[in-house]
Design a protein around this ligand. Structure first.
Ligand code: HEC
Ligand code: HEC
Length: 330
């Protein structure tokens, strides 16, 4: 009798422990309630609405034919559905268009993290000859000629209205508001057991366990905000351009809405999520002069791969649609 009691006590403890461990896996993946806006550029709905107009307005480009949304297309998780986008000069850019969702908490922008704030970041694409090929002076002049914009700038920035700095402030504010939408994964994290399939739940265990994915893709947005080299064949030295110790390192991208964001990686070299997992399984190719931050995943079974895919699909928002703003015409 005593033995049976001890055994059942042990069994209960093991089950409780297993439940607790599994529950713990979910901790840290809850979405934050607020977006972090800097004191130097605080949020206002007027600024964000104006930033959205600017983001979708082709008049920010030299030839008035490209907007930020041309490349950062909301239908594709704010990316370009091709390995490299083509900009003003009809030339493919050097790197694949990254998503721009969930960047409010980032401190490094671009694949190599070469820029330290969204305010500094947004001028780059407007003036880059291969991207929008304009100048800030030209943009200010063009917008000044549109009475609707003059009025919106006066509302959003009562002190000084339409200026170069305020164009930047409005765009950066809009970018900070771009949060990936609520997804089945979030419902599951909140405790709805029915929200995702059993396969996806197993996939999350693989993601945080034998797959070792969460050592880099951490927290609710699935990034450690760090830089790593994962053995892609591209000879782009990435963050190595800024720091010789970091050859071939690229920023860990977040994974929200990842199923919408093909193709993948800084070079757009992997076409499907199955290709991405096959890459991690193989451990990638070694660079001649440095070790990869990943090793082959020999323990990963075919079932693990399918489960991982099912899990990644649960990160797609229920409603990823974005309405286009109506732009002032004169
Ligand atoms: C012609 C295509 C194209 C256009 C137009 C474009 N971008 Fe980009 N964007 C890119 C590419 C490619 C990168 C990555 C470049 C790199 O990492 O070297 C990028 C990177 C970014 C990033 C950094 C994302 C991160 O994770 O660090 C932000 C933010 C961004 N763009 C915002 C904008 C804004 C705002 C506009 C309009 C003013 C714009 N982009 C216009 C292609 C484009
Ligand atoms: C050592 C850190 C690290 C680990 C471990 C890791 N990743 Fe990544 N992941 C990255 C980095 C860095 C990139 C971008 C690499 C590049 O473009 O050069 C990336 C890119 C991706 C992308 C493409 C994102 C995009 O925007 O194109 C997906 C999908 C992805 N990882 C999923 C996974 C999965 C699934 C696992 C586990 C099997 C995993 N990662 C393990 C660091 C890591």
């Amino acid at each position: 009798m005593h033995l049976i009691k001890t055994l059942s006590f042990l069994l209960c403890s093991v089950l409780l422990l297993a439940a607790a461990t599994f529950h713990d896996l979910r901790v840290g993946f809850e979405r934050p309630a607020r977006i972090a806006f800097p004191e130097t550029n605080p949020y206002s709905p007027q600024k964000a609405a104006l930033g959205k107009m600017l983001f979708f307005d082709t008049r920010l480009s030299g030839a008035q034919n490209l907007s930020c949304a041309t490349c950062h297309n909301p239908s594709f998780g704010w990316e370009t559905p091709a390995s490299r986008a083509v900009g003003a000069m009809n030339q493919a850019l050097e790197r694949h268009t990254p998503t721009i969702e969930n960047l409010a908490e980032s401190e490094h922008f671009f694949w190599d993290g070469r820029v330290g704030s969204l305010e500094l970041q947004v001028v780059g694409p407007i003036t880059h000859p291969l991207k929008m090929n304009s100048s800030m002076r030209q943009v200010v002049r063009r917008l000044e000629a549109i009475s609707g914009y003059r009025r919106y700038f006066e509302i959003a920035f009562p002190e000084d209205g339409l200026t170069q700095d305020n164009i930047v402030a409005a765009l950066a504010t809009y970018l900070r508001t771009l949060r990936s939408g609520w997804s089945p994964f979030d419902d599951w994290i909140e405790g709805d057991e029915e929200a995702i399939s059993t396969s996806a739940k197993r996939g999350f265990e693989v993601f945080t366990g034998v797959g070792r994915c969460s050592s880099c893709h951490q927290s609710w947005a699935f990034t450690d905000h760090g830089f790593h080299t994962i053995g892609l064949a591209s000879d782009d030295s990435g963050r190595g351009l800024l720091d010789p110790e970091m050859q071939y390192h690229f920023k860990t991208p977040g994974l929200r809405n990842i199923a919408l964001r093909a193709p993948y990686m800084h070079d757009g070299s992997l076409t499907t999520l199955r290709d991405v997992i096959a890459h991690y399984r193989s451990g990638g190719v070694p660079h001649p002069d440095r070790q990869n931050d990943i090793a082959p995943l020999d323990g990963l079974s075919d079932r693990n791969v399918n489960d991982l895919l099912a899990f990644l699909e649960t990160l797609t928002a229920y409603d990823p649609h974005v309405s286009a703003p109506s732009l002032p015409v004169d």
